[in-house]
Structures are given as structure tokens and as C-alpha cells.
Ligand binder design. Structure first.
Ligand code: ZN
Ligand code: ZN
Length: 419
């Protein structure tokens, strides 16, 4: 089956348009770089749609996957969305062995603490400015503008279609997300230390309780926008009272109290706060949606594999086939390289693909030789893959024009891939 997709250059971020008949699917729209102007990207998407409808799939809740939805300027908006697909944050919360929603809030809390404890920043910074909290922003600011009842929550095995193309979700598998024990124990110790600082006399864990409440209220509000859908609502969502502003005020007070402590700290605890702020921010990648085109039973391969920011353990499990159906295909027409092509998420066990789309860019400078890495494994196959990079920063590219994979220069450009 032939197909076509467009990969936009949004610096370090993702924006892919999968074309269909009468309906296209936009997979993510965001950049880590807040200076990227999405007007032209959104214009291009709108023009590409013409008379066709547009649906949106967000692989996960990091800003570099959705910031382009935010602050849409008049005249440069996306067309009205037909449907929105998201990872199932409700089931994720109840069935996972860890709570990604509360931990994500904790990560933003810790970022806020670091910003507040900087001597020069204290008076200028408010918590909301320092938050990179993505789920709260998304659920509260962006999604309420979408049509009620048009949001579908996906997890492993969920099927959906857009524009005559059929897709199936491979990841996240919500009840099997691995969490290394060592990290878990260290994290527990860190949290005990934080709670002890906030409440020297002991007692209930103030911070965790406040964060859980904030998470509950967020999800409760979001659940209201899903009304009419067949969604699993855990009982606790309805039990929570108060507005998000009210409950997050408590979190804000605790951030100030901890910042006071961190300011006096000799540096070791401060480093830990920073470490966990970063570490926990990665957690969403573990539950990033991976989906593929669903083929006829007797068809061994082809179509698209979109990997979002899925991490190596998830990709290895998918590639190993131990999870059963749905399985990866034998080969693909296009694979979106996981996590912008960074080394940490590189998986050499993915099936061969005619094209690899690598959405790396500025902000990715810590990861070298990105395209070369893919070339090394997938460029040496009997039928070598072709690589499409939106904005490489490989160390062997002395300048952008040196890079053999780079052809989209200005930010507003894109790559079209047809098969
Ligand atoms: Zn990303
Ligand atoms: Zn991510």
C-alpha cells in the first residue's frame, strides 16, 4: 500500500503529517525551542489538508511534542481537529507500578525549587514560569479547546483509523512498565529526605500528598472533557475537591520552603534536586506511544512505524517479540527514529526500513553522530535504508551543508517521504 508523510523541521521536536484519504493524521507538533515559529508549520498543515479533515495524535506529554498547539495565532491556526489520540493517562496511573502523573508534577516542582533557590532569581521567578510541566499545561490550556468527546485514549492493542489507513498501538503496555529497583530505592531515600526537610518533626508526607492532590484535580478536570467517552474513571478522581489553582498553591508554598533550605545547602542536596528534576522528566518517554500501520493478515511488512520518544527497554521488548500480538512487522516503508535519533534511545534491533526519519535538531548537541549511528546499522543492510534528518548535529558535519542527510534548511521547511 502506498503512502506519504511529511516531516517538519521544528528543531529538536516532532511534527509528522501522515496523509490519508479525506483525513490526515498529525503526529505531534512541538519543539523544545520556544523561539520556533509554528505559524508556517500550521499554515503548511492547513494547506496540506485542503478539503481533508485533520486528526491529532500526541505520543506523550513532553513540550517538544505539543508546544505548537499552544498560542495559535489568528490566521495561522490548525484546522478544527476531528479526533485527538493520547496515551491513556488514567489506566497508566492505576495499572503502572509508578505514577507518571504525580512524578511529572514532582519534576516540575523540583525545577521550581532550583529556580527559586538561585540567589538572583528569587524575586523575578514565579513557579509557573519555571515549570516545564507539560501535562498540566496541555490538559488545562490546550485540550479544553477541542471538541468534547473526541479524545481517544490509547494503550497497547488499541486500534484506530484515520483517512482509510488503519493503525495499531504497540506501546505503552500499561501494566508492565519496568522500573529499575535501584533507582526506586534511591528515589525513595531522596523523597524521605525532601519530606524530612519540609516537616522536620515527621508526620504525613506533605509534598507527596500535595502533589497527588494536584494530580487528582488535573485528571478530574480532564476527565470532564472526556465525558461521553468510554473511559475508565478511577473513583478517586471524583472525590477530589477544589480548583487546580487552589491545590497547586500548596505545592507552591512547599517549593518556596524547600528552596529556602536548598539555598543554605552546601551543594550536594541541590545537585540531587537537579538530578531528580531531570530524571523524572524523562519518565514520560517510558510511556510514549508507539504505533504502526495495521496490515492484512498475510502481509509480512510495510507501512509506517512511529516510535515517539520510546526508550530502549520498550523498543527491545517490542523487537524481541515476547509481548505477543501485535508484533512489529518484518520490515517497514518508514520508521520514525525514536527520540529524535538520540544515542540513548538508539535500538539496533528494529526491523529494516526503506526510510528512517530522524527528527533531531538543536538541543540535541549532547548526542553525537546520530545519522552515522543509523547509517552504521541500517545503511549496511542488503537493501540499505535511506535517512532523512530534519536538522542534524552530528560531529562529522562541520557545517550544515556537509551533512549528506540534510536538505531542509530553514526552520519552516519539511521533508516529504513517499512509498
Ligand atoms: Zn521528544
Ligand atoms: Zn519526550
Amino acid at each position: 500500500m502506498s503512502g506519504r508523510l511529511r516531516m517538519y523541521n521544528v528543531q529538536f521536536g516532532d511534527a509528522f503529517l501522515l496523509y490519508g484519504q479525506g483525513e490526515h493524521l498529525l503526529v505531534d507538533l512541538g519543539s523544545i525551542d520556544s523561539t520556533v515559529n509554528f505559524d508556517r508549520v500550521r499554515d503548511s498543515i492547513r494547506h496540506s489538508c485542503g478539503g481533508a479533515e485533520l486528526s491529532l495524535l500526541l505520543t506523550h506529554f513532553h513540550r517538544d511534542h505539543w508546544s505548537g498547539l499552544h498560542n495559535q495565532t489568528p490566521g495561522h491556526r490548525l484546522p478544527p481537529l476531528k479526533r485527538v489520540y493520547l496515551p491513556d493517562i488514567f489506566r497508566m496511573r492505576v495499572m503502572g507500578r509508578w505514577d507518571p502523573v504525580t512524578k511529572s508534577l514532582l519534576s516540575d516542582f523540583l525545577r521550581g525549587v532550583i529556580a527559586l533557590s538561585g540567589p538572583d532569581l528569587l524575586d523575578q521567578v514565579t513557579l509557573s514560569h519555571t515549570l516545564r510541566f507539560t501535562l498540566a499545561d496541555l490538559l488545562r490550556e490546550v485540550l479544553p479547546g477541542l471538541p468534547m468527546g473526541q479524545i481517544r485514549l490509547l494503550s497497547r492493542g488499541s486500534r484506530f483509523q484515520a483517512g482509510g489507513r488503519r493503525y495499531e498501538t504497540l506501546w505503552p503496555q500499561l501494566d508492565g512498565i519496568p522500573l529499575p529497583e535501584r533507582q526506586s530505592a534511591a528515589f525513595r531515600r531522596f523523597m524521605e529526605r525532601v519530606e524530612a526537610k519540609l516537616s522536620p518533626g515527621g508526620g504525613e508526607p506533605l509534598l507527596w500528598t500535595a502533589l497527588e492532590r494536584a494530580a487528582n484535580v488535573l485528571l478530574r478536570d480532564f476527565a470532564h472533557s472526556l465525558e461521553g467517552e468510554d473511559v475508565y474513571f478511577p473513583g478517586f478522581l471524583r472525590a477530589e475537591e477544589g480548583s487546580y489553582e487552589e491545590v497547586s498553591l500548596r505545592v507552591w508554598e512547599l517549593a518556596q520552603a524547600l528552596a529556602e533550605d536548598v539555598r543554605r545547602d552546601e551543594g550536594e542536596f541541590r545537585r540531587k534536586v537537579r538530578y531528580y528534576a531531570e530524571q523524572l522528566a524523562q519518565d514520560w518517554n517510558r510511556v510514549s506511544l508507539v504505533f504502526q500501520e495495521r496490515l492484512e493478515e498475510d502481509c509480512p511488512g510495510g507501512g509506517v512505524l512511529m516510535t515517539g520518544d520510546a526508550d530502549k527497554p520498550a523498543l527491545n521488548r517490542l523487537a524481541g517479540g515476547s509481548l505477543g500480538a501485535p508484533r512489529l512487522h518484518k520490515y517497514y516503508d518508514v520508521i520514525k527514529a525514536p527520540h529524535h535519533g538520540t544515542q540513548r534511545h538508539f535500538c539496533a534491533k528494529l526491523p529494516p526500513s526503506r526510510y528512517f526519519c530522524i527528527s533531531n535538531g538543536d538541543g540535541n548537541s549532547g548526542y553525537k553522530r546520530i545519522s552515522e549511528h543509523y547509517e552504521y546499522v541500517y545503511g549496511r543492510l542488503l537493501t540499505p535504508s535511506e535517512f532523512r534528518c530534519t536538522n542534524p548535529r552530528c560531529e562529522f558535519c562541520r557545517s550544515l551543508s556537509d551533512c549528506p542527510y540534510f536538505s531542509t534548511r530553514p526552520v519552516q521547511d519539511f521533508y516529504d517521504v513517499s512509498w
